[in-house]
Design a binder for this molecule. Structure first.
Ligand code: PLP
Length: 398
């Protein structure tokens, strides 16, 4: 049976991680892996998470199954976090299942979409998070692309995006990033969200919003403005969330798949379909991460502490963005790097060639994926100068 298999190429990001680990240079810089880091290069456990975890462990009485939809206290708290004030108006039509991470949410969404409509296609922006291709492809959804980021202008290609989406129809699901677009860091303006919303109404396509970074861009509410607009105005919507980044719960695998339906009756049918979909994949989600998030969101003090810790992560990213673009200018790097300040979240394309990426790695031990996508959180106040000088030098060599 197994002899038919061919070796699968290592994910480039895993190869990059291994090369970084093996590099003896004490000044090496890792801008590859997509996790948040503090100024010492650590991915800390939030204090609010530690407290909530201790409280939960002290009060936990059973390890029995949690049910296909997961922890309903968590599901409600997450729905409120995503939708804010809009939740009250749509709660009867909004149903959530807890999932293993944002990736699990996207996979549940993919299978759910195919159960709703076997002829459905998924449209992703170009570029999008590489794993979107793998996981939606593996689920059997045909994938099409719409223009998103214009590498030359370092900006959203809004006209091209809207023109393409104007050709989508009722069999199409359009994937949008709620905020902190991965890999470009370039988010739509509110007016552009409105234009997408108008098109969804006019053309009848279904938006699927991937929300993996709520609170990492401009704030918990500001980052949800687009998704809230869609929830207010559209009959149907899917939102996939992740608590990996904003709660720092990467390895606990906690997220959610939320669906807005046209009526309460349909919402109940959707919920049972989501549960049945989950049953056929992993049966029930893990509980630990949901217990932590549920505890934090339902305790005013812990919630405030978490919100402050999240603000620190966000402020650090935004400060680093300013520092990087200024230091690059000061180091005389060829080109205008002010776009780094305008973009949001952990990622931006530096805008250099794969050859230049390789030179930064070989000559300066600065690691990033060959597309030039960098994780801003990998920079620190101590190494930003070294980074800027290395980039300036590599750009000057061409
Ligand atoms: C755009 C996007 N969506 C979803 C995810 C899923 O995150 P996780 O499965 O770790 O919760 C990520 C993680 O990097 C992401 O960048």
């Amino acid at each position: 049976m197994f002899s038919t298999l061919k070796p699968v190429e290592t994910d480039p990001i895993l190869g990059l991680m291994a090369a970084f680990r093996a590099d003896p240079n004490p000044q090496k810089i890792d801008l590859g892996v997509g996790v948040y880091r503090d100024d010492h290069g650590h991915t800390p456990i939030l204090a609010s998470v530690k407290t909530a975890e201790q409280q939960y462990l002290a009060s936990e009485t059973t390890k029995t199954y949690v049910g296909m939809a997961g922890d309903e206290q968590y599901n409600t708290a997450m729905s409120q976090l995503i939708l804010g004030d809009v939740y009250a108006a749509v709660s009867e039509r909004f149903r959530t299942v807890q999932t293993p991470g944002g990736t699990g949410a996207l996979r549940v969404a993919a299978e759910f979409i195919l159960r709703c409509n076997p002829d459905a296609s998924l449209w992703v922006g170009s570029p999008t998070w590489a794993n979107h291709w793998d996981l939606f492809g593996a689920a059997g959804l045909p994938i099409r692309e719409y223009p998103y980021y214009n590498c030359a202008d370092k900006d959203l290609d809004a006209d091209a995006m809207l023109a393409k989406l104007a050709t989508a129809g009722p069999d199409d699901v359009v994937l949008l990033h709620a905020c902190c677009h991965n890999p470009s860091g370039m988010d739509p303006t509110f007016a552009q969200w409105e234009a997408v919303c108008d098109l969804a109404l006019e053309r009848g396509f279904l938006p699927l919003v991937d929300m993996a970074y709520q609170g990492f861009g401009d704030g918990l509410d500001a980052d949800a403005a687009g998704v809230r607009l869609l929830a207010e105005r559209l009959p149907e919507l899917i939102v996939c969330t992740s608590c990996s980044k904003n709660f720092g719960l990467y390895r606990e695998r906690i997220g959610g798949c939320a669906v807005l339906s046209a009526s309460q009756t349909l919402a109940d049918t959707v919920k049972s379909t989501l549960e049945n979909t989950v049953r056929g994949i992993y049966s029930m989600p893990p509980h630990h991460g949901a217990a932590i998030v549920g505890t934090i969101l339902s305790d005013p003090e812990l919630r405030e502490q978490w919100s402050a810790e999240l603000a620190l992560m966000r402020d650090r990213l935004n400060t680093l963005r300013q520092l990087m673009s200024r230091q690059l200018a000061q180091a005389g790097a060829a080109g205008d790097f002010s776009f780094i300040e305008r973009q949001k979240g952990m990622f931006s394309f530096l805008g250099i060639t794969p050859e230049q990426v390789a030179r930064l790695r070989d000559e300066d031990s600065i690691y990033m994926v060959s597309s030039g996508r960098m994780n801003v959180a990998g920079i620190s106040h101590d190494n930003v100068d070294r980074f800027a000088e290395a980039v300036a030098r590599v750009l000057a060599q061409d």
